[in-house]
Design a binder for this molecule. Structure first.
Ligand SMILES: COc1cccc2onc(N)c12
Length: 147
């Protein structure tokens, strides 16, 4: 029926691979754009702060592109049991680890839930996670990979 035609069951491993590769690449682009925008806003705020010469706070980072570094997040690896990031996902994709869409979605979802677990709701990272998650599910639906 309509539902089955909506959910394109991707039987062919290569088709799944290229679909997932495409989605992961687009999520990475949005993640970078989000961070560029965040950095842009950060620079504007920094310039304003410097006008009032208050010291700037912490270094900005690409929140989801690479594993969280210990020095960026005190106690992160005590709190977060299963860290995940987009670079690790690219390595897993390349090694053909993602043989089903569920494996892929579980890792991507982990990035967002880890971020929301560790960071306060009003933090930049938390907000980025929500934005990126919305974008991700839009892409998954467009690809007919919905559950
Ligand atoms: C650079 O990313 C971070 C830096 C510091 C804390 C973090 O929580 N979740 C993150 N992605 C994160």
């Amino acid at each position: 029926g309509i539902r089955m035609s909506l959910i394109k069951e991707l039987k062919d491993p290569d088709q799944l691979y290229s679909t997932l590769k495409n989605i992961l690449q687009q999520v990475k682009v949005i993640s970078l754009l989000l961070t560029c925008f965040k950095n842009y806003i950060y620079e504007i705020k920094r310039l304003i702060r410097n006008m009032y010469c208050t010291p700037q706070s912490h270094q900005n980072a690409w929140p989801f592109m690479e594993p969280v570094k210990k020095n960026e997040a005190p106690g992160y690896y005590q709190v977060i049991r299963f860290p995940m990031d987009l670079k690790t996902m690219s390595e897993r994709l390349k090694s053909r680890y993602y043989t089903t869409r569920k494996l892929f979605m579980a890792d991507m979802q982990r990035i967002f839930t880890n971020c929301r677990e560790y960071n306060p709701p009003e933090s930049e990272y938390y907000k980025c996670a929500n934005l990126l998650e919305k974008f991700f599910y839009t892409k998954i639906k467009e690809a007919g990979l919905i559950d």
